[in-house]
Design a protein around this ligand. Structure first.
Ligand SMILES: Cc1cc2nc3c(=O)[nH]c(=O)nc-3n(C[C@H](O)[C@H](O)[C@H](O)COP(=O)(O)O)c2cc1C
Length: 357
């Protein structure tokens, strides 16, 4: 069965939820490992005090028994602690009693760079909050939890995935300078996957291509505006003789300009992908906007926000890449029980004699 992921949850609603279907039975999950990734997502340099309110922890409501998957849909929940300040404003049912707490007054000042304006126009909302709550990247928390599950599956066949920021020192200096000026910054993250066998993805159709699937997954993350596979944009300036990775007699390569993917198929080298994040759009010194109630010129909504979330993006991007690789691995090796998945991988590696080469 294909691995599938769906999620729901607003930024200040009661909880974020994800359903992961198609996992083989018998996969051992480690709650601490999932929570450690949730913590990494929250810790990045330049983040707002919201992260001190949220102490993200995963809860599992279905699909797991005594720490092992049952082969049934896995239901993951991450609660929003901050919801306690928004119980009236974010009440799923018509709120009772006098309005209290946050989110009780409609937001009418859309922020450039956010879903705010397009969201209210598209869905016919009167309150920008009806758009921004879901568009917020808060729900990446539950995608990180699903990514941790994907990493557990990948680990059974020796695949490891890790995301990091590119040029950490310069990034932190940039964040410090922006904070002083009450501005925001973006940056670049890189995700690497080791132990990926040749043959994940396919050139058969564009939907099968692993590079396309990774780009889709990364562009699906809020604020990501560019994706590179391997040397990406830099390849455009090279000659063919410099850009491609020569094949040795053992079928390995000395270089990896391709980032581990050729023709949409993993080639056995390390997978290397990068994502560029734009500067965060909520500004403490807001840009020009319009008051949707009066039609008058105004400045955009100011709401508690990060200076940068690039380190958090590294963790979210790692989860997204892990998820896509797990989908591709499950597609290739199948298996209702995790032992079948592992055995199919072993038989395949023997067939291509990669180990012997
Ligand atoms: C982990 C993460 C945290 C983010 N935190 C913020 C934030 O605190 N403030 C903000 O304005 N945007 C933040 N963003 C970016 C916005 O969610 C995003 O720019 C917005 O939803 C518009 O979507 P788009 O940039 O993909 O067009 C964050 C993005 C990520 C991935």
């Amino acid at each position: 069965m294909t691995l599938r992921l769906s999620s729901a949850g607003e930024s200040h609603g009661p909880a974020l939820v994800a359903i992961v279907a198609g996992l083989p039975a018998g996969l051992v999950l480690d709650r601490d490992a999932i929570d450690a990734d949730l913590k990494r997502r929250q810790e990045g340099y330049g983040r707002s005090p919201r992260q001190q309110i949220e102490q993200d922890r995963v809860e599992v409501l279905a699909g797991l028994r005594q720490g092992r998957t049952l082969g049934t849909p896995l239901a993951l929940v991450v609660r929003n602690n901050d919801h306690r300040n928004w119980t009236w404003g974010m009440s799923p049912w018509p709120a009772e009693g006098e309005p209290s707490g946050k989110g009780t007054k409609p937001v009418t000042l859309p922020r450039p760079g956010h879903a705010d304006l397009a969201g209210v126009l598209k869905y016919g909302h009167d309150d920008v909050r009806d758009a921004l709550e879901r568009a917020s990247a808060r729900h990446t928390a539950v995608h990180v939890a699903a990514g941790a599950v994907a990493k557990a599956l990948l680990a059974t066949i020796g695949i490891a995935v890790r995301g990091a920021t590119v040029d950490e020192e310069a990034l932190r200096a940039n964040i410090d300078a922006a904070r002083k000026e009450r501005d925001t910054v973006g940056g670049i993250v890189e995700v690497r996957a080791t132990g990926v066998p040749p043959g994940l993805g396919s050139y058969a159709t564009k939907d099968d291509r692993l590079d396309a699937r990774l780009a889709f997954a990364l562009m699906g993350i809020q604020a990501v505006k560019g994706v590179e596979i391997g040397d990406g944009f830099a390849l455009a300036a090279l000659r063919g003789s410099q850009a491609h990775d020569e094949i040795r007699t053992d079928r390995r390569r000395d270089t990896n300009h391709a980032g581990g993917i050729e023709a949409g198929v993993s080639n056995g080298e390390e997978i290397v992908v990068r994502a560029a994040m734009k500067p965060l759009p909520t500004l403490m010194k807001p840009l020009g906007s319009v008051d949707l109630q009066t039609g008058e010129a105004a400045t955009a909504l100011v709401e508690r926000s990060d200076v940068a979330a690039v380190e958090a993006l590294a963790v979210v991007a790692e989860a997204a890449v892990a998820w896509e690789l797990a989908v591709a691995a499950k597609e290739k090796f199948g298996g209702d029980a995790v032992g079948d998945f592992v055995a199919a991988h072993r038989a395949y590696v023997e067939r291509i004699a990669w180990a012997r080469a």
